[in-house]
Every structure is written in structure tokens, then in C-alpha cells.
Design a protein around this ligand. Sequence first.
Ligand code: ADP
Length: 459
Amino acid sequence: RSNSASTCPVLTKFQKDCATPTPYLRNVANAIADDMRAGLAVEGGGDLDMILTYVDALPSGNEEGLFYALDLGGTNFRVRSVQLGGKKKRVVATESEQISIPQKLMIGTSEELFGFIAAKLASFVAKEKPSRFRLEEGRKREIGFTFSFPVKQTSIDSGTLIKWTKGFKVSGMEGKNVVACLNKAMEAHGLDMRVSALVNDGVGTLAGARYSEEDVMIGVILGTGTNACYVEQKHAIPKLQSKSSSGTTIINTEWGGFSKVLPKTIFDQEMDAKSPNPGEHLYEKMISGMYLGEIVRRVLLQMCETSDLFGQFVPVKLSTPFELRTEHLCEMQADTTDDLQTVGSVLYNILEVEANLQERRRVVEVCDTVVKRGGRLAGAGIVAILEKIEKETKRMGSGKRTVVAMDGALYEKYPQYREYMQDALVELLGDKLSHIAIKHTKDVSGLGAALLAATNSIY
Ligand code: ADP
């Protein structure tokens, strides 16, 4: 392995620049913890926004009645109905539907987008079978609305859009209350429903996971983007201007915004410079699915240009930003054949290049370097939150377990990423890790949102 790298100066330097030995990871975890504290002290105090979600109570398991979840955060939106039967019967019935959002609505007007959503919601409710779902008399249908864009939350059931991301650019909505936009559209469609909780997918995941396990304290999303939410003690939040400082509340860390002490390489700097938000969200740009493939592409391109790879040949496709995706890295790293056949075919199909065995090996090394750094840094973030919780609650010290609920396709589908993340936890937490469980809680965020509608019901 060192042999092949030694003839490959770009790769050798890249590996060195990406290295995150334990002491370095410790510094990262400490720096994230510092910025968490700074963000809890004052608005904008650190890189992490540490947003107050106004979710003080997580589901207890006693919730009863019919509630809905509406999830908007990408190219699809999802609706779900959940009939809750209390402690004994739990989820009695649930039904869901996923609807893809036509491209033109993502860049149209708010009336068009929310009109479309309200219409689909109306037909979803119209199909409801009275034998399975029953709304208590005198009640409106209540919704937990998962809206995964940056929002300035103003109460549990309202918040203004800070900015659109992920390809959305709906006119005239920034600075507007997103719940009011939805309400207006529902009214226009004669739909008598109300939003009782506005949350993001991290909070939804935390709430959904808590329903089946009391020890869940953190929800982490690792998908296209990344975020983490956790249960904080109110007395540890100086910026919280409320009379009561007892009890807990959920903080949405927006940890992707962290940008200090990170192992930045020239490739990260170049990718960042071309991004819509240069200098910001560097943590997200190193650990989340949207970017891992792109970093690898940039390294491979440089290797080609210096003849470290593919001889004199520079594949045209390798010059196209985001052509190589994280899914492709995952596919290549899963290759166990002696001659790396899958790596060969991915390179052929995606980059239109025929690679020999040594070249295939080098490509895998680049993937591994990027994924190792990403997984380890994600682990450092989780440690920062675990240690903050421990500092305020001493729960592990008293023998209690703490569960971290994980979701997102990057975490779910990339085993090497998960293993590197686990390594970081082992290195940083040592024996304390025996009090911690990392659990993949798949797709619970919709259930979580419906449960939060129940917890925050006006009835
Ligand atoms: P969201 O877009 O809401 O985050 P997902 O959790 O499904 O939704 O995440 C999708 C992202 O996960 C993709 O953009 C990609 O980066 C990553 N991903 C999807 N499939 C895989 C895979 N097989 N291996 C590695 N990463 C994947």
C-alpha cells in the first residue's frame, strides 16, 4: 500500500493533509463543544446556531388520537397519518404517501408550491378509511410539519424561512412564516387542518426514536446534508429568555455550520470557493453525502493532471463538478474482487476511463481517505454533544444509558463510513462508550412529527 502511494505525490500529500489522529480529533470535539456553548450563550455566538426549537416535551408513549405528518425537505414531500392508541396500543394504524415535487414548483411562487401540497394533502385525507382512522369529535386534524430548511423558529407552531437551500427558490417566501403560507393554501382548498408543531428532520428523528426508547437524547442526520439535535437543560441556555429555567428543551445545533479546526486540504478550499456559501459550513462539506464524491473527483483530477493516474489521459467527465457521487464511492469500496472489477466498471461507466489494477487501487485509496476523514469527524461531533449532555446531567456517571438515534442514507448505506465513525467514538470515549448506544432509527422522523403534533395539541 505505501509502495503504490510513494509513486503518487498528490495522493501522499492528500492523505497527510486529511489525517485525523486521536489528539487532532480531540481538538475538533473540544472546538465543536466550545462553539455549542458560545451559540447557547448569545445568538450568533459561535459557528453553531444552536436554534431553540420550542420543543420542550418529547413523546411519552401515552399519546392518543389521529395526527398527521407533513415532510418537506427535498425533491419529495411525504404525508403520513398516524392513529395513536396510548401506552398499550401504540400505533394502531398508519398510512403514508410520497409525492415528488415538479421541478417548476421548486422555483415558482409560494402559492403554487403550497397550493400543490394542500391539494395532495386534501386527496390523501379524502382517501382515509373510517374503519382505521378516527378523528375525535370537535377536533381539527392536527399536523406536525417537518420543514428541513433553515428556519427562525418563533414558537412551536411558527417560524420564518431564513433562506431556501437544496435547489429550492420559491419567490417571496424568505422572511415569511412558513406555517402561515401552508395555512393559507389549506384554507383555499377548504381543508380544515392546523399545524401544531413545526420541526426539522433532526427533531422529528429524535422524537420518533424517543417514542420507543426513553434513553434517546440525540438525533443525527447524515444524508445529503447533516444536522444534529439534542436534549438540553434549560438552565444551561443563557440566551433562553424565559421565566422558567427548569426542565429541558430540544436544541437544533445546525452543526454543519462548524468551520474551525478542520483538516482542510487544497481540494476542500477549491470546492468551498466554488460553493454558494464560501467559508461557511466547512464541517458539512467534509462529512455529508453531497460533497464526499466531489472531493474525490477533485483529487482524481489533480492526480490525472500530474500523471499520477491514468497515464497521460485526463477523462473529460472528471472535469464535470459533482459527476462522481458518494453512492459511487460506496459502490467502489464494496468491491471485494481481486482485480477490483466493480471499481473498474464504475470508472468506466461514470468517468469513461479504462483503469488498470494499480489505478483502481489508487482510486479506492482516495475514496477511503475522504470517507475516513468524514466518518471520524462526524464521530467527533457526536462526542462533543455526548460530553455536553454528560456535563449537564451526569447521567452516564450514574449508570444511565444514552442512545443516539441516527438516520440518513449516508449513515445507512456506507458501512466504511459507519466503521470510521465508530473508531472515533472508541478513541475519544474509551470505556465510557459502554454507556452509549448508536442506533439506526430508519424513517422515524414522520412518526416523530405526528407525535409532536399530539404532544403540542391545542385540545
Ligand atoms: P436527504 O436528501 O433528505 O438527506 P437521504 O437520507 O436519502 O436524504 O440522503 C441522500 C444522500 O445520501 C445522497 O445525496 C447521497 O449523498 C447519500 N447516499 C445515498 N445512497 C448512498 C449509498 N448507497 N452510499 C453512500 N451514500 C449514499
